[in-house]
Design a protein around this ligand. Structure first.
Ligand SMILES: [Zn+2]
Length: 279
């Protein structure tokens, strides 16, 4: 097999929208970047326009979303759905400029990013893609949540979501992550929210940008909005996992997840970061 080259966008794309947690309107510009750059975030609203590399070592919080940063001031929240789109479409290099500290929530999934990036088109670059190859199984656990990584020929994700809620129930999804599968099976999946929880978060000043369209919303025994997939919740958990592991880089590993969230994803990311061999 021939070498696979790194890819970037053929041109810049811009999106303006609300941050889920900050509730403010933010403009994001995603631009092509040089080979070997990786994904780099830039806070254009701060002095000297600081850069934050999308890397595991820069994770500063995993509370309700994944945040990367350099210090208290220089942070970007809710990077996971955008990161998942980069991973899903095999985009290695990009510069993400934001005029505030959060990636807009768009429609609660990765679909908007995937569409924008496909419209812009991708170009191959003069540098072979290095992929992190896992050689030994490894895992992390926290209570009843588990993430297991096994050596594999490509990136695969199997995810088990469990719920006491009769309607949501237990959901299982399995995917080989490539651009077609990601676009068709994962990109449009939104997260689960309970109507009560949405109200509570609003009172806490969190999830200010949240509304009925950006999540699968449940009120005790019924969905308040139409589903995009019958097992949308599990698919969104896989999306988050793919995005969070994007902070390691392109991977060859089969990730098996049960009941995990951003905190455990970050722990697995750190372990993978230390364990994979770049080839
Ligand atoms: Zn998510």
């Amino acid at each position: 097999m021939g070498q696979i080259q790194e890819q970037t966008l053929a041109r810049s794309v811009t999106y303006r929208g609300i941050g889920l947690h900050t509730g403010v309107e933010i403009t994001v510009r995603v631009s092509p970047a040089e080979p070997g750059t990786g994904i780099v975030f830039c806070r254009t609203d701060l002095p000297n326009q600081p850069l934050i590399e999308a890397k595991v070592v820069n994770i500063t919080s995993t509370l309700r979303c994944t945040t990367i940063g350099l210090n208290e001031q220089v942070q970007v929240k809710t990077i996971e759905h955008l990161m998942a789109a980069f991973v899903g479409l095999n985009i290695d290099n990009a510069r993400v400029e934001l005029d505030n500290g959060e990636v807009p929530v768009t429609d609660g999934s990765s679909a908007v990013w995937v569409q924008l990036f496909k419209e812009a088109g991708l170009i191959e670059q003069e540098r072979p893609r290095k992929v992190g190859v896992l050689q030994e199984p490894l895992w992390v656990e926290e209570g009843s949540a588990r993430l297991i990584a096994l050596p594999a020929e490509n990136l695969q994700v199997s995810y088990l979501f469990t719920s006491e809620n009769q309607l949501v129930g237990n959901q299982f999804v399995e995917i080989v992550v490539n651009p077609d599968n990601f676009t068709d099976q994962i990109a449009a999946a939104r997260t689960l929210a309970f109507a009560k929880e949405v109200e509570y978060l609003r009172k806490q000043g969190l999830a200010l940008g949240g509304n009925l369209e950006i999540a699968v919303v449940i009120d005790s025994d019924r969905y308040l909005n139409p589903l995009r997939y019958v097992d949308e919740v599990a698919r969104h958990k896989a999306l988050d996992l793919i995005g969070d592991l994007g902070l390691v880089g392109p991977l060859k590993a089969h990730i098996i997840g049960m009941r995990s969230g951003h905190s455990l994803n970050a722990q697995l990311g750190a372990k993978l970061n230390a364990a994979v061999k770049w080839c």
